[in-house]
Write a protein that binds this ligand. Structure first.
Ligand SMILES: [Mg+2]
Length: 280
């Protein structure tokens, strides 16, 4: 009989192999980089992205697993005899620009699901590769940061809250009216440049919310963090407050609001709604 797969173990091996494979490259990042074209997600591929992706796929193949990989770099690839057994959604390096520029905030993100759909993710890992911090979650068993169970913050004051917001879009003029009231009421806005990790910061109480309304973030970037948020008992919804689900695909984009608790969710959502009303 086939042994059940210990996905957590497999994901941790993936992370260790990514870490090991990219380490030699970190000393050569200021040298000219080869032109590797555009990845499935639409961004220019860097050598470090490909090496990280190969490290993940090779680790899964060593375990003789069958799977369909959905990756930001190579797109959709079927591996093994029964590739629809499970889906591996990966952003091999989240925050490549940070890594290339020496900003110590980048991660590897891997989600395992039964279908190519966000709400079927059942195991996840997001690893902060610079600081050696690994977030994991399995459906129904909670979320962990270096094996310690995590919970989101209980902060309910917007004045005290640290709120992440990705404003990195040429459509900023369309987006900003929705966010003006919230920005006016907030004192600590952050964007750190690796959205998977920023979502984990909401899950473990480091920050209190993270919003991405750009319609630019791929599901490959946030599939793993989606489960970590859910399992930590934080909240992630569409900007309208509906349950968030989406196809897992390097071209599928999402908008969302992730918040630590119901009270701050209510406060933030009300400010966003007010802005929508004013716009009409
Ligand atoms: Mg990436």
């Amino acid at each position: 009989m086939k042994q059940p797969i210990d996905w957590l173990q497999v994901l941790i091996q993936c992370r260790s192999n990514v870490q090991r494979q990219i380490t030699p490259l970190l000393t050569t990042l200021n040298q000219p980089q080869p032109d590797l074209g555009i990845g499935a997600g639409g961004d220019a591929i860097k050598q470090v992205d490909l090496i990280a992706e190969n490290a993940i796929i090779n680790t899964l193949e060593e375990h003789e697993l069958s799977f369909t990989v959905i990756s930001e770099e190579s797109g959709i690839k079927e591996c093994g005899e029964s590739p629809y057994d499970c889906y591996v959604t990966a952003d091999p390096i989240d925050g490549t620009t940070n890594l290339m520029r020496g900003i110590p905030f980048y991660a590897t993100s891997i989600a395992i699901s039964t279908k190519p759909a966000l709400n079927t993710v059942f195991a996840a890992l997001v690893a902060d590769l610079f600081h050696g911090i690994t977030y994991t979650a399995q459906k129904g068993v909670g979320a962990y940061r270096n094996n310690q169970k995590i919970t989101p913050s209980k902060e309910t004051s917007l004045k005290e809250a640290v709120i992440g917001m990705d404003l990195n879009t040429y459509k900023i003029k369309e987006m900003i009216p929705k966010l003006t009231s919230l920005i006016q009421e907030t004192k600590h806005i952050r964007h750190l440049g690796a959205n998977a990790l920023e979502l984990c910061y909401v899950a473990d109480g480091t920050t209190d919310a993270f919003l991405d309304f750009r319609g630019k973030l791929r599901t490959t970037d946030m599939a793993a963090a989606w489960l970590i948020i859910q399992e930590a008992d934080a909240i992630i919804t569409t900007p309208e407050g509906k349950p968030l689900n989406a196809r897992l695909d390097p071209k599928q984009k999402v908008t969302f609001i992730a918040v630590a608790n119901k009270k701050i969710n209510k406060i933030i959502s009300a400010l966003i709604k007010d802005d929508k009303k004013e716009k009409k």
